[in-house]
Design a protein. Structure first.
Ligand code: SF4
Ligand code: SF4
Length: 222
């Protein structure tokens, strides 16, 4: 899922300081699961914005609502039920949701309440870790299911680098070197021989280096 965390309150209050009617809009997708921008968080944020604006001597109506998802045209239409009630939307969705509202509602002010951080999973209660960078050309079949793009600090395709020491990453010694993990895991799976094959030079064009990517499924498009 997409992992995100709330921006500092002062930053959000500053964004909306000149707005009079503010809709704090939750997303019931990924950001609910990672406890950053679901209904509960939007309700709390609405109260905090109210207090923050009051403290700054500003007057505004602030209310909260939610959409099933903010990354889907079908659900964005749900905003229309609040027409005339807001002059700004503070979205607690990830950056995709904020972009989608901006794309589909060209006359609406929309502000991000979250910092979108990465694609990850829940490692333990209250801890999420990055697992995939959406590179568009997955190599997990070559690396025992562990991602070198997202989890190696240098996104190496042929690690470990010379700086890996005792299974730790040279860039951040608190982090395990994923290439050491890949090597050990391939050994456990009796597949280390596969690692001696020369991999073709990686083509990074699928990873977004040529601008925003698009995926079209002919079988689903109308
Ligand atoms: S190789 Fe690419 S697609 Fe596969 S997990 Fe890593 S970043 Fe994601
Ligand atoms: S120590 Fe390992 S994880 Fe860190 S940059 Fe080198 S190969 Fe990548």
């Amino acid at each position: 899922m997409i992992i995100a965390e709330r921006k500092p309150l002062a930053e959000i209050v500053e964004m909306v300081q000149d707005c009079k009617k503010i809709l704090v809009l939750a997303c019931r997708g990924c950001v609910t699961v990672c406890s950053a921008g679901g209904e509960r968080e939007a309700e709390i944020l609405a109260s905090l914005i109210r207090l923050g604006l009051k403290k700054a001597g500003k007057k505004a109506e602030v209310f909260d609502a939610s959409l099933v998802r903010q990354c889907d045209r079908e659900y964005i239409d749900g905003i229309d039920q609040f027409k005339g009630k807001y002059d700004a939307i503070v979205s607690t969705a990830c950056g995709v949701g904020v972009n989608f509202i901006a794309n589909l509602r060209p006359d609406d002010n929309v502000f991000p309440a979250l910092n979108t951080t990465f694609f990850g999973g829940s490692a333990e209660q209250g801890v999420w870790s990055e697992q995939c960078a959406g590179c568009g050309d997955c190599v997990l079949h070559l690396t025992g299911g562990l991602c070198p793009v997202a989890r190696c600090a240098k996104s190496l395709m042929n690690g470990p680098c010379g700086g890996s020491v005792d299974g730790r990453c040279e860039i951040n010694p608190e982090v395990d070197c994923v290439w050491q993990m890949i090597y050990d895991r391939m050994g456990r799976l009796d597949r280390q021989q596969e690692m001696t094959r020369a991999a073709p030079i990686r083509d990074w064009s699928s990873a977004g280096h040529g601008g925003p990517r698009k995926q079209i499924r002919e079988d689903l498009s109308v």
